[in-house]
Design a protein around this ligand. Structure first.
Ligand SMILES: [Zn+2]
Length: 239
């Protein structure tokens, strides 16, 4: 059995981040991937969403990704969920996995996954990429600051530029996605040394910074009160 053959991972978003995350975890021998995305492959996706070929245009992303991954890693078990990760379904999805990765590039979904994963005791990897910049933050209960410690609250829609509005360099999505996969594998191996350390990357200037996020004494997610908070909006993947 592979090193991680008995492990499972939830990947929410099968776009620019989700494709490299899925490939890296499959190649590392993770036994079961749960892919969640409600979008279909569009021609504009092909330059950075590397699991998809022109013949996949129009197919559900998770189904095209499942077929491509199965050809690369025949031992891999893949569950394809062709829908958006709603707050109502997320707890059930988290209940059956060893790690969860936010590959949606939607800051609002990052708060939801952060809160629910910490509440249920599932380690998670948050992150995002816009234009030439990206960040990655692994979180786990009782180990360092979380996504909500870092950003405090979900931004209003007009306060944040999505990759769809601002654009994203395909190569940067690959870099950030592979870093997310590396964090997920570290968590699956049982390490918690990197939890709460945010890595930011400026791809244009070649700068990488790593900063430890201190746990906030006022953070409801770190103190178990997130369950009572209002659920953020549904996720949208980076397409
Ligand atoms: Zn926190």
């Amino acid at each position: 059995m592979a090193v991680h053959g008995d492990k499972s991972a939830l990947i929410v978003g099968a776009g620019g981040l989700g494709c490299p995350v899925a490939v890296a975890l499959a190649e590392a021998g993770v036994g079961h991937l749960v892919l969640v995305d409600g979008d279909r492959v569009e021609p504009s996706n092909l330059q950075r969403q590397t699991l998809f070929w022109p013949a996949d245009v129009g197919r559900a992303k998770v189904e095209a990704a499942r077929d491509r991954l199965a050809a690369r890693a025949p031992q891999l078990r893949i569950t394809a969920v062709a829908e958006r990760a709603s707050p109502a379904r997320l707890d059930a999805m988290l209940g059956g996995v060893d790690v969860a990765i936010d590959a949606t590039d939607d800051p609002g979904f990052g708060f939801l996954l952060n809160d629910r994963a910490l509440s249920l005791g599932v380690p998670a990897v948050l992150g995002g990429v816009v234009r030439f910049e990206g960040l990655v933050l692994p979180v786990a209960p009782g180990h360092g600051g979380c996504w909500r410690c870092l950003f405090e609250d979900e931004p209003a829609p007009h306060e944040v530029a999505s990759c769809g509005d601002a654009g994203v360099l395909g190569a940067m999505a690959g870099v950030v996605g592979h870093l997310q996969a590396a964090s997920a594998l570290d968590l699956l191996a049982g390490s918690r040394h990197e939890v709460g350390v945010v890595t930011t990357i400026d791809g244009l200037r070649g700068r990488v910074r790593r900063v430890r996020v201190p746990p906030s004494e006022h953070c409801p997610a770190c103190h178990g009160a997130a369950r009572a908070s209002a659920p953020p909006r549904e996720s949208a993947s980076c397409s």
